[in-house]
Design a protein around this ligand. Structure first.
Ligand SMILES: [Fe+2]
Ligand SMILES: [Fe+2]
Length: 187
């Protein structure tokens, strides 16, 4: 009872850019990217912006084995797109990758929400809203890619990097912290 009243819940826990992103701008965030008609330039911005790779790092571990494993898979999907971009194949794999991401993110979010219900996590409503917002953004990007829009790879990468890492650090960590505080053992 005390835990629930002490716990701070927020709808805005997934807006922080990850440590893997280096922008070169003092103000932080991503640099402005060229318009949709200049794909080669956008690829160059991508190369300059995200170095050297998009990878899960131990700092992202929250200590819940199943969730950490699923996060690693989300990073692996993002890394596939990143590598395809560097190889000049970003547009080719975008539609397929987005479909996989929508499907896998949906499974992962469902697992997290089951866990939050099981442990009585007080921030479930806020966390669930973040998942829904991510899913609707991914679904919208998937629809645009399927409709033939091939110049949105940078946008997808920016969203994935910012969202996955930011959400893990700001929101998913809260689940593990709550379990620890309430004496529940991760499994
Ligand atoms: Fe997660
Ligand atoms: Fe989450």
């Amino acid at each position: 009872m005390v835990l629930a009243t002490m716990w701070s819940c927020s709808d805005h826990g997934a807006l922080k850019y990850p440590q893997t992103v280096r922008t070169g701008r003092a103000s932080g965030g991503f640099p402005d990217v060229p318009g949709d008609g200049d794909f080669d330039r956008r690829v160059q911005v991508m190369r300059d912006t995200v170095q050297p790779t998009v990878q899960w790092m131990p700092a992202y571990a929250i200590g819940i084995p199943q969730i950490d494993g699923e996060h690693r898979k989300l990073f692996a999907l993002a890394e596939r797109l990143h590598q395809a971009m560097l190889d000049g194949k970003g547009k080719t794999v975008l539609v397929d990758l987005l479909a996989r991401l929508v499907e896998y993110a949906g499974e992962h979010f469902a697992h997290e929400e089951q866990l939050m219900r099981r442990i009585g996590y007080p921030c479930l409503p806020q966390h669930q809203r973040q998942h829904l917002a991510c899913q609707s953004r991914l679904t919208a990007m998937q629809a645009r890619a399927s409709a033939g829009e091939g110049t949105m790879t940078i946008e997808v990468m920016q969203f994935l990097l910012a969202w996955i890492a930011g959400h893990i650090e700001e929101s998913d960590q809260g689940i593990a912290a709550y379990m620890e505080t309430s004496g529940q053992v991760p499994r």
